[in-house]
Design a protein around this ligand. Sequence first.
Ligand SMILES: NC(=O)c1ccc[n+]([C@@H]2O[C@H](COP(=O)([O-])OP(=O)(O)OC[C@H]3O[C@@H](n4cnc5c(N)ncnc54)[C@H](OP(=O)(O)O)[C@@H]3O)[C@@H](O)[C@H]2O)c1
Length: 293
Amino acid sequence: MITGAGGQLGRELQRRAPTAVEVHALARHELELTDLAAVERAVGELRPELIVNAAAYTAVDLAEEERERAFAVNAEAVRGLAAAAVAAASRLIHVSTDFVFAGDRSRAYGVEDEAEPLSVYGLSKRRGEVLALEGTRGEALVIRSSWLYSRYGRNFVKTMLRLMRERGSVDVVTDQVGSPTWASSLAGAIWRAAERPELRGVLHYADAGVASWYDFAVAIHEEAALLGLVPGEVVVRPVGSEDFPTAATRPAFSVLDCRASRRALDLDPVHWRSALRAMLTELSEPHDVGDAG
Ligand SMILES: NC(=O)c1ccc[n+]([C@@H]2O[C@H](COP(=O)([O-])OP(=O)(O)OC[C@H]3O[C@@H](n4cnc5c(N)ncnc54)[C@H](OP(=O)(O)O)[C@@H]3O)[C@@H](O)[C@H]2O)c1
């Protein structure tokens, strides 16, 4: 059972589902996660072997104003989902974020490092991790990832492509560093984790390598221009976070140390730039255009 099935990760999870797996993908209009009775009923009826929670309140800046809503979806609903999972003897894989870290250092964060979120979104996601683990007496698997993008939904890559088409230049911050991750790669890692029921606790999964948002935007431009998705002459201008005030404070350095999880999942690292190229190639294929909403 996949919750939040209409989101970027939810859709990539469906696309990458092994053929032998019977998938029940529930988008928000099919299962509202904050409706605890509905969650209990859905899980109780399906009694899935595995629940992957891909639903989340992901509006990082808006969360600063909508604290209650962010906590309702990212924390309280996870408590309900964990209880329903235990009652139905279902395993729970819950997805979380690099934004649980403060990002005030320059060494990759391991799973043992302390979470110190800077934003309401980060705090709500951290609370969700704790509730997923507590509610399943440590049996749940929490997979943290970072900087997700895909051909579906709203994300940095699609925003950049739009701005690059609309304007001759874009300003992008150089002082926030992380690991861009194709939601399809993360979906593959989650399906791999699904095959390993012994995995519990917290794992980190991101595509390999690091970048600032500026580096990422430069790469998006270079790769997308080669594919004819954007004009060749766009200027990508480096700016600092002080030039780009946002409601939520974001970690300056939120690279996740994924070595342990790559071993646990037996996955070869894929560099973020290769993943980006693959995603953009998909976007450039004519039959995918209508599917890119
Ligand atoms: N995006 C990133 O950069 C990023 C980075 C690291 C980790 N993550 C984590 O990765 C996971 C997947 O993120 P994503 O990028 O795929 O997010 P997304 O595209 O925003 O998808 C989230 C989905 O959850 C649904 N949802 C929201 N509130 C819900 C509710 N109350 N009940 C049921 N469904 C609800 C949304 O539906 P509506 O659209 O209808 O609201 C949306 O389809 C999340 O746990 C997120 O925290 C994301």
